[in-house]
Design a protein around this ligand. Structure first.
Ligand code: ADP
Length: 612
């Protein structure tokens, strides 16, 4: 945060406010005080001088009256006495005093330097007014020497008998000097008050600015993400309240952030653990977020999506995406080759717009679902239905054509009729086998086939199966060999189901092994305590390309041959389902033209299922 300049600090502002307040207050007080003092001094000055002049006028009145009455003998003495009084008064009050007769002629002056005006006429306006009997005559003026003076003239005598006037010119210098002294005291007092105010302002403003600085420091820490510290609340004033509110706000903020963090973590873990891929974009379709699953599905890394749009990474045109996002059909399928699994993935992408209140559409969410398995299942379901229909149609067509032939007259030929009926019976039996196999598979698929487990001796199990095929083996001169390890224990299996597995596998070995061939059935215990049973033949074998699909339903390497042998193409599928239901595994290894080995394992320890 930038520092605050000195003149912008609250401290400076407070000091300036204090000083200005004091200055304005002192100015107002000063103006009022000086004005009052000025008028008081002037009034007092005028009053005291007026009194003095009145007194003097009364004092000199007998002198002037006597002089006018013509007692000339005493005149000289009178004037001398008058001069004496006037001079004494001048010495006392330091003002010029003139005694003027009724004609305006100066009879006496107290000013030694002005003695020349004695006998001359004083023509001042105030004197004329006083001689006319007017009592209040005063005026303030500035003399040529720059000194302010007050002129007062008072009539001597009263009514119609005005015998003269007393005229004084009093210097007001002393008064103004006093006023100036008072002003100076006042100004210096103001300056001291201002200095003290500034000094106290610095100290007192600290009490306000320090807590504010403290709160500012805390706010800065909080802004930087440190919520651990709290503001120390020192008082209960407004700043103390601010500190308390701030602490409250920090706690609320901490709670809100923790909540937010938790929500984000929840969201992040949902995004990470989601089974679907998720891509979020802004309103320009630029990718802003992708979860781990989406990276996996699209086989991309973070660098590869930098600045890329949804169209770039999905390989769909932008206009199309806009239609999906805003239109009715908001999903599409794309194909992606997945190098890890070496297969074509089928991805279903659903688009939905992100709306923000007041801002319209601000982005898009694309959800990616791996529908490869679903599609495979759908395809195999369709194939299954087609296969079943085909498998049923073939015997039915044969039966129909033989029955037609019988109807058309073959019945008449007993030999032919017997053969035809034999064929229809065979086809019917094949159909029954097929339907039984299908029902068996369907029960295994829907987990309806409850395994009724019982303790079974492995040697017994395998000997029984070879016994069941002994006639066929003999017919085809196939040698069978049985090897059971001495440590092979009894197992807990559903005997009927296990017979079915072994019948299917041994019948395949018999079917696909030429005359004079050899079949070896072996049983041993693996180091992981599993029982391993293998049925090996040296028959026609299976080409490599067919091996991966050999356990699929109706999958046959050579359809015509299998069908001729009475196979339904479901034997291996049924065997696999039964082995899986017992908690085991089954695999088929084969070399074309050399032979085939089917190996399955079973747990030797009893597992689930009901015991017989
Ligand atoms: P099928 O009823 O046709 O025998 P299976 O599911 O049992 O059906 O076998 C599927 C196909 O696998 C057979 O059609 C055959 O082509 C091949 N097959 C199975 N076992 C053997 C084997 N031991 N030797 C050669 N091919 C075999």
């Amino acid at each position: 945060m930038k520092g605050i300049r000195f003149f912008q600090t609250i401290q400076t502002k407070l000091i300036i406010i204090y000083v200005l307040l004091i200055l304005v207050a002192m100015q107002l007080i000063g103006v009022y005080f000086v004005k009052t003092l000025d008028s008081y001094f002037k009034t007092d000055f005028a009053d005291s001088h007026n009194n003095q002049v009145t007194l003097l006028a009364e004092y000199v009145e007998p002198y002037l009256t006597a002089a006018q009455e013509g007692k000339n003998a005493e005149n000289k003495r009178t004037y001398n006495e008058l001069n004496d009084v006037v001079n004494k008064l001048f010495a006392l009050s330091n003002m010029e005093i003139q005694v003027i007769d009724a004609n305006g002629v100066v009879l006496s002056t107290s000013m030694p330097s002005h003695q020349a005006i004695v006998g001359q006429k004083n023509t001042q306006k105030e004197v004329s007014r006083a001689l006319q009997g007017i009592k209040d005559n005063e005026r303030i003026f500035t003399d040529i020497d720059g000194i302010r003076k007050m002129v007062i003239a008072k009539p001597i005598g009263s009514g119609a008998k005005i015998v003269g006037a007393v005229y004084i010119v009093a210097s007001m210098e002393e008064l103004y000097n006093t006023m100036n002294r008072i002003n100076r005291i006042f100004i210096s007092g103001t300056l001291i008050a201002l200095a003290m105010t500034a000094f106290l302002g610095v100290i007192l403003s600290h009490t306000i600015t320090n807590p504010i600085k403290e709160i500012t420091r805390q706010v800065t820490l909080v802004a930087e993400g440190q919520f651990s510290e709290q503001v120390v609340v020192k008082g209960h004033d407004e700043i103390g309240k601010l500190g308390q509110t701030f602490n409250f706000m920090i706690n609320r903020l901490k709670e809100a952030l923790t909540l937010n963090e938790e929500e984000r973590e929840k969201l992040a873990s949902i995004l990470i653990n989601m089974n679907d891929g998720l891509i979020a974009t802004d309103n320009q379709w630029t990718v802003i977020l992708m979860n781990r699953k989406a990276y996996q599905m699209l086989q991309l890394d973070e660098q590869q999506i930098q600045g890329k749009t949804l169209a770039d990474i999905l390989g769909i045109e932008e206009e199309m995406i806009a239609q999906y996002v805003l239109g009715e059909h908001n999903a599409t399928n794309i194909q992606r080759y997945h190098s890890d699994a070496d297969e074509q993935l089928s991805l279903r992408i659903s688009f939905s717009p992100i709306h923000r209140r007041g801002h319209g559409v601000t982005g898009t969410i694309a959800v990616l679902q791996d529908v490869t398995e679903q599609e495979k299942l759908e395809i195999s379901r369709r194939e299954f239905v087609a296969n079943v229909s085909h498998e049923l149609r073939t015997p039915l067509t044969t039966i129909k054509s033989y029955l037609e032939a019988l109807d058309d007259g073959a019945m008449e030929d007993p030999q032919l009729a017997g053969r035809f009926i034999g064929v229809t019976r065979n086809e019917t039996e094949r159909m029954i086998r097929l339907v039984n196999d299908l029902l068996h598979l369907s029960r295994l698929d829907s987990r309806q086939a409850v395994l009724v487990k019982e303790r079974v001796n492995v040697t017994d199990l395998l000997e029984n199966v070879s016994d069941r095929f002994s006639f066929q083996l003999l017919q085809r001169r196939i040698h069978i060999e049985l090897t059971v390890g001495i440590d092979v224990p009894d197992i807990h299996v559903d005997r009927d189901q296990m017979d079915q597995v072994l019948d299917n596998l041994v019948s395949n070995a018999v079917k696909y092994t030429p005359e004079g061939g050899k079949i070896r059935i072996g049983a041993r215990v693996l180091p992981n305590k599993q029982l391993e049973v293998s049925i090996r033949d040296n028959g026609i074998g299976i080409p490599k390309k067919d091996l991966t699909r050999i356990f699929e339903r109706f999958y046959r390497v050579d359809k015509a041959r299998s069908r001729n042998m009475g196979g339904t193409g479901l034997g291996l599928s049924i065997a696999r389902e039964i082995i899986r239901a017992h908690g085991g595994t089954i695999r088929l290894d084969s070399e074309f033209n050399e032979g085939t080995t089917v190996t399955f394992t079973l747990p030797t320890k009893p597992t689930g299922g009901s015991e017989a």
